[in-house]
Design a protein around this ligand. Structure first.
Ligand SMILES: Nc1ncnc2c1ncn2[C@@H]1O[C@H](COP(=O)(O)OP(=O)(O)OP(=O)(O)O)[C@@H](O)[C@H]1O
Ligand SMILES: [Mg+2]
Length: 206
């Protein structure tokens, strides 16, 4: 079993959209996938409750970050994707447990000056955790100057995933539907999340 930890200090990261869409992409690739929602706001848990009965099964648990006292060890899964709240550094002990358990840390980054400044501030903390880490540009508007800046600045902070997730309304719509775009025909981000998953799987040795 491998653990993918999705972390971003800034709200609206987008952590939950990344976690659920990667989980779905892995599940449609044939893995037994679970999600763990550690955010008291429970967005991922709401999404899980919306999943249609005929959608590919994804096991789920909601355990708030402050209640994490040991590494998650779910039975019978190939992959556990963990969604986190903002400002995980306020809960250093549970957060350290999750980082230590993670095979890979995925940090979504929104192009834009505030998000990049926030990332800059968070990098020493992330590096200090000493886990393999990849940055994912998401909520991307490809032609904006800020996107080009973000590629360069975020690329200087860490290893960027070779896939970017554009800003498209299909992503929030898939939240309400309890789906990931990788399981919705005709979406633009569906194939991108599948490519992202293929990359992450390779990086995690799955
Ligand atoms: N690629 C995208 N295109 C358009 N909207 C997106 C995309 N990704 C995420 N969103 C939207 O951006 C908002 C923030 O995303 P998300 O909820 O995943 O962030 P988060 O980091 O989990 O936020 P929080 O800190 O509140 O937990 C949501 O409304 C989500 O639907
Ligand atoms: Mg969230």
């Amino acid at each position: 079993m491998r653990i993918l930890l999705v972390v971003q200090g800034k709200g609206g990261g987008p952590k939950t959209a990344t976690a659920r869409n990667v989980a779905v992409a892995a599940a449609v690739a044939g893995l037994r996938v679970g999600t763990l929602d550690t955010d008291p706001q429970g967005s991922l848990t709401f999404w899980q409750g919306q999943r249609p009965g005929d959608a590919v099964a994804i096991a789920h648990e909601h355990r708030v970050l402050s209640a994490i006292d040991r590494a998650p060890t779910p039975d019978g899964l190939d992959l556990l994707v963990i969604d986190t709240p903002t400002a995980v550094e306020f809960f250093p002990v549970p957060t350290a447990i999750l980082f230590d358990a993670a095979d890979l840390v995925l940090v979504p980054v929104r192009p834009g000056p505030e998000d990049l400044v926030s990332m800059q501030g968070m990098m020493p903390y992330l590096r200090g955790r000493r886990r393999p880490m990849r940055l994912l540009l998401s909520l991307v508007q490809p032609r904006l100057r800020e996107t080009a800046d973000a590629r360069e600045i975020a690329g200087g902070m860490g290893t960027l995933a070779p896939v970017e997730i554009p800003q498209l309304q299909e992503v929030p719509r898939s939240f309400t539907a309890g789906l990931g775009t990788a399981e919705i025909a005709g979406t633009r981000t569906g194939p991108l999340f599948r490519d992202l998953w293929a990359y992450l799987a390779n990086e995690m040795g799955i």
